[in-house]
Design a protein around this ligand. Sequence first.
Ligand SMILES: Nc1ncnc2c1ncn2[C@@H]1O[C@H](COP(=O)(O)OP(=O)(O)O)[C@@H](O)[C@H]1O
Ligand SMILES: O=c1ccn([C@@H]2O[C@H](COP(=O)(O)O)[C@@H](O)[C@H]2O)c(=O)[nH]1
Length: 209
Amino acid sequence: MTQTIIAIAGASASGKSLFSQTIYNELVNELEPGAIAIIEEDAYYRDQSHLPMAHRVKTNYDHPDAFEHELMVEHLRKLRAGCAVDVPIYDYNEHTRATETRRVLPAKILIVEGILLLSDPALRDEFDIKVFIDTPLDICLMRRMQRDIEERGRTIQSIVEQYKRTVRPMFYQFIEPSKHNADLVVTRGGKNRVAIDIIKSKIKHLLQE
Ligand SMILES: Nc1ncnc2c1ncn2[C@@H]1O[C@H](COP(=O)(O)OP(=O)(O)O)[C@@H](O)[C@H]1O
Ligand SMILES: O=c1ccn([C@@H]2O[C@H](COP(=O)(O)O)[C@@H](O)[C@H]2O)c(=O)[nH]1
């Protein structure tokens, strides 16, 4: 059953995925099979298959209401109780969930990453270790532009329009204030070697207890 849930939060393109994935990749072959798993908050964006694309592109994806956090809490509790869960798969190009899901087994250490993990009190209560990736917003914007054009089928115009309309204001309303709920604040993003090594050591220590 899952014993420790580590939340990695921070702005969009702050380096949450890179940070989490680096820890996972560097540990997965060293630990016993199935000891560590990752779940993304983005997987819990609400299904919008009933809405036309013209509506989906207008959704505020940076507001807590865009996520089905209730389902995420339910899944985290099931994993703690030792049950497998079927996590949705989100399609950023279609702005809705794919029809397939991903089965996640109850690993002892679970890393979860996402923009609004620390802003929702119900979700926050589920985490044992809370980390906030604190990357300057202008750097995040540059990284987001590059990533969203290369990987999420976006144009510069759509990125700039969305950034002004929702990404930046929601960051100041919800994400930045949630930093104060973190146990650890990591500067510079996904390549902070010292921070990655500290979390890795903590995970190894927890697994030896
Ligand atoms: N410290 C860093 N230096 C350079 N590039 C980085 C760094 N951290 C993240 N990136 C890159 O920036 C982009 C966004 O990072 P990602 O981890 O996907 O952010 P998030 O999960 O917070 O949205 C990715 O292309 C990633 O490889
Ligand atoms: O359909 C969608 C869903 C989400 N987004 C944007 O994604 C980021 C969160 O993901 P990160 O991996 O943390 O960047 C959020 O800022 C949303 O604006 C989207 O554009 N379209």
